[in-house]
Design a protein around this ligand. Structure first.
Ligand SMILES: NC(=O)C1=CN([C@@H]2O[C@H](COP(=O)(O)OP(=O)(O)OC[C@H]3O[C@@H](n4cnc5c(N)ncnc54)[C@H](OP(=O)(O)O)[C@@H]3O)[C@@H](O)[C@H]2O)C=CC1
Ligand SMILES: O=C(CO)COP(=O)(O)O
Length: 317
């Protein structure tokens, strides 16, 4: 599907891969700014090669994590301009490689710039034209700035960052924390418990990020704390919904069968357990979410495990 609007200066051709909730919302943001937008999904009538022809400037992937590698390989099989900037908006981790989406794209396209787009961006609110902000992060500032120009508007404020992995990990790990927050609210544990959970969740995100090569301050920005607050506090979040419904006693398969769209936190939790074992990272909240998803503990048992961990200082010296 191709959308065209009136001519603007510096008009770009933006190909969006993935016509789900987030891909469609991002397509609209670029389109209202006057760019040519082509939206592609695996069910499209047009082939990917046809959509990518005539020198697309930006190729943005909003594919669920499970499809990222296959789609990246499909893109690689098409003729491409060497100038194309890849943007990834997926929040997940590859179970086979443990790579982030940007690492997957960069591996397949080592000579192209890759930009991560992430932030507190519940797609339903963005579709309602409510104001929001996000971060675009890349090792190549010029590429991040081009993406900033394409998506910025009076209702979508876009910041740049030089820390793509940090920005990506914030959006990815908080999905696991949103499952925990949903459990917390589903069990009606109160405001104190929720504040403690979200605060310790941020500490856990920083700890993971430090081992995986991110800047600590990135986690205190929009893509870390910002996205954590949005998803841990909104019933619009699918990950929060997973936790909330687990707390009511529903089984995971039953919840996922009726969930609208993707809850990446379920898969991310499993990959984080793999990474924590390989890298020896302490991730108590993620571990309890994992055990809950695997039906090894009840929500109440998961809570007890977290409350009765060994006593320790708030910050390790
Ligand atoms: N919705 C939101 O508020 C936000 C979502 N995100 C992230 O964006 C990503 C997509 O989320 P969202 O749009 O909500 O999810 P949806 O489930 O609505 O859409 C997922 C998209 O990915 C495609 N897809 C899934 N599996 C495959 C596959 N194996 N091969 C090819 N394509 C595939 C789907 O195609 P098909 O329709 O054919 O199944 C669909 O186009 C997730 O990583 C999510 O965490 C980030 C910020 C906000
Ligand atoms: O990432 C999101 C908001 O920033 C969307 O969260 P969910 O995938 O949990 O719906």
């Amino acid at each position: 599907m191709t959308y065209r609007k009136s001519k603007i200066e510096n008009r770009k051709t933006v190909v969006i891969l993935g016509a789900g909730a987030w891909g469609t919302a991002l397509a609209n943001l670029a389109w209202v700014n006057g760019h040519e937008v082509r939206l592609w999904s695996r069910n499209s009538s047009q082939t990917l090669a046809a959509v990518l022809q005539d020198a697309a400037d930006i190729v943005l992937s909003a594919i669920s994590m499970k499809g990222v590698r296959d789609v990246a390989l499909l893109v690689k099989s098409c003729p491409l301009s060497p100038e194309i900037i890849f943007v990834t908006a997926t929040k997940g981790l590859d179970p086979q490689t443990t790579y982030t989406p940007s690492q997957t794209w960069q591996t397949e396209f080592p000579h192209h710039s890759v930009v991560v787009l992430s932030g507190p961006n519940l797609s339903q609110e963005i579709e309602q034209e409510l104001p929001a902000a996000c971060v675009v992060a890349s090792k190549n500032f010029a590429a991040a700035h081009q993406v900033q120009l394409v998506f910025s508007s009076s209702r979508f404020r876009v910041y740049t960052s030089p820390d793509p992995i940090g920005v990506e990990l914030g959006g990815t790990v908080k999905n696991v924390m949103a499952i925990a927050a949903g459990v917390c609210d589903g069990l009606h544990l109160g405001t104190n418990a929720k504040a403690a959970l979200v605060t310790r969740a941020l500490t856990e995100m920083v700890r993971i990020g430090q081992v995986l090569g991110s800047k600590t301050e990135t986690f205190y920005g929009l893509s870390g704390l910002g996205d954590l607050l949005a998803t841990c506090n909104s019933p619009l979040s699918r990950n929060y919904q997973v936790g909330y419904q687990l707390a009511s006693g529903k089984r995971l398969t039953e919840i996922l069968n009726t969930l609208p769209g993707t809850a990446e936190g379920v898969n991310t939790c499993r990959v984080l357990m793999q990474i924590s074992q390989q890298q020896n990272i302490t991730i108590p909240i993620t571990e309890q979410v994992y055990r809950l998803l695997e039906s090894e503990v009840t929500p109440q048992q998961a809570l007890d495990e977290l409350m009765l961990r060994d006593m320790k200082p708030e910050y390790n010296q």
